[in-house]
Design a protein around this ligand. Structure first.
Ligand code: ATP
Ligand code: MG
Length: 401
């Protein structure tokens, strides 16, 4: 079976274009790996995925609909580059289908074809009308028959499915996402994947002060999110020693902000090791007392890397909807005890001041705490499809340098 895949042309102009397209083609191959070893042909302005006829189309559709960079896709048949062959194959293709109205939309990738697009539309429209009795409706057709004239063949497609848009994962560099086990951070990670980033996850856990429930949640989230980027790395950082120091030596109202400042420092140290370019969090302005502009500024103060907050302007309901759509919500809402809920006062500071945070930290050996935590990281890897672990094509995230 053949699937015609389009990407957004305009977004991919410029010198990076071949790189984007190659990445998209490889991602399509990965996404379909376990279903039947898809082969992707690179043609002018489009891709064709070839996969065994035995694979159920809904399974293929579901996978391709999650591949970032795909603008739309359609199951297609190929015919010879000849108007009579095109007529015969189109009629064969629409036979048995029902519709009240239709139109034909032709695109010529090869302008040397003797007929203009509009002429093909008209000729084919007449033939289909005769064969089916459907009426032509150019504005609001029930069905559109898409015809694409290429250099060596013509493609006929009946139904276009929308893709997720965005850029192919792996085409925009690597970022490190602070993944908490809550609802927001998985959505933040997904948004960066959609912009083409490979996302490495860092989770700070308070085991053994709390049980392993949160760690288990982040594992499940990392596995789910591998669905969109084919492999995920999860870095588990023991955070209890840092928290215990903060609790012992700093004012209680600053605890949450200080936890965050340490998380960011440690995450940045890990990000540098991984040649990552930015940090990502699931913070959204005003959502909880700790997520005020003042606090964000005090947190940003410790990072020399940009901290991306893709959810900053979203309402909780919007985030929840997105979490459900990407399949992380049910895991995120499993009850647990996140490390940030430990030793938190009833009234955390909503407008921490930088000098207060700095003074509080003067009582701590910051470099030692950060270095020790970053040195005690445990890494786990997750793959999608699960079988792709043994796939030699999965060779780590591409980078443009
Ligand atoms: P989330 O639903 O992502 O947990 P939240 O609304 O609960 O977000 P906070 O708990 O204030 O908000 O956390 C804000 C952000 O800080 C999170 O989105 C996440 O990026 C980061 N973060 C918080 N706790 C942790 C943790 N234990 N490990 C890694 N990152 C964390
Ligand atoms: Mg949280």
């Amino acid at each position: 079976m053949k699937i015609l895949v389009h990407y957004h042309e305009i977004a991919l102009k410029g010198a990076n274009r071949p790189f984007f397209i190659e990445r998209l083609a490889r991602n399509l191959e990965h996404a379909l790996y376990d279903l039947g070893r898809a082969r992707v042909q690179r043609l002018a302005g489009r891709l064709i995925v070839e996969i065994s006829e035995d694979v159920p189309p809904p399974a293929i559709q579901e996978r391709i609909a999650a591949v970032f960079g795909v603008a739309n896709f359609a199951q297609a048949v190929e015919t010879a580059r000849d108007i009579d062959a095109l007529k015969a194959d189109t009629v064969a293709r629409v036979a048995g289908l029902s519709a009240r109205s239709f139109r034909v939309t032709t695109k010529r990738a090869d302008k040397t074809f003797p007929l203009m697009s509009s002429e093909i539309d008209r000729i084919l429209g007449g033939v289909i009308q005769n064969a089916t009795g459907w009426s032509v409706d150019l504005d609001r057709p029930e069905r559109t028959i898409f015809v694409e004239v290429l250099r060596d063949r013509i493609l006929i497609a009946l139904e276009k499915n929308p893709g997720p848009g965005g850029f192919p994962v792996g085409s925009s560099g690597r970022v490190v996402c602070l993944l908490s086990g809550g609802i927001d951070s998985p959505v933040a990670a997904w948004r960066l994947m959609k912009r083409g980033c490979s996302v490495v996850f860092v989770h700070f856990h308070a085991f053994p002060l709390v049980d392993r429930a949160t760690i288990e949640k982040t594992r499940r989230l990392a596995q789910r999110l591998a669905y969109f980027q084919y492999r995920s790395r999860l870095l588990l950082v023991p955070f209890a020693p840092v928290q215990q120091q903060i609790v012992a030596s700093c004012p209680s109202s600053l605890r949450v902000v200080l936890y965050r400042r340490f998380m960011v420092r440690i995450a940045e140290a890990l990000a540098r090791r991984l040649h990552s370019k930015a940090l990502v969090t699931g913070e959204s302005l005003g959502q909880v007392a700790s997520q005020t502009l003042d606090n964000m500024a005090v947190i940003d103060d410790v990072s020399r890397m940009p901290i991306l907050r893709p959810l900053v302007g979203m309402d909780k309901e919007e985030i929840v909807r997105e979490a459900r759509r990407i399949g992380t919500f049910d895991t995120s809402t499993i009850p647990d005890m996140d490390c940030c809920q430990l030793f938190v006062p009833r009234r955390p500071a909503t407008a921490a001041r930088l000098h207060e945070a700095q003074e509080a930290e003067a009582a701590l050996d910051v470099a030692d705490l950060v270095g020790t935590a970053a040195g005690a990281v445990e890494e786990e890897r997750f793959f999608f499809p699960l079988e792709s672990r043994s796939c030699s094509a999965v060779t780590g995230e591409a980078s443009r340098e």
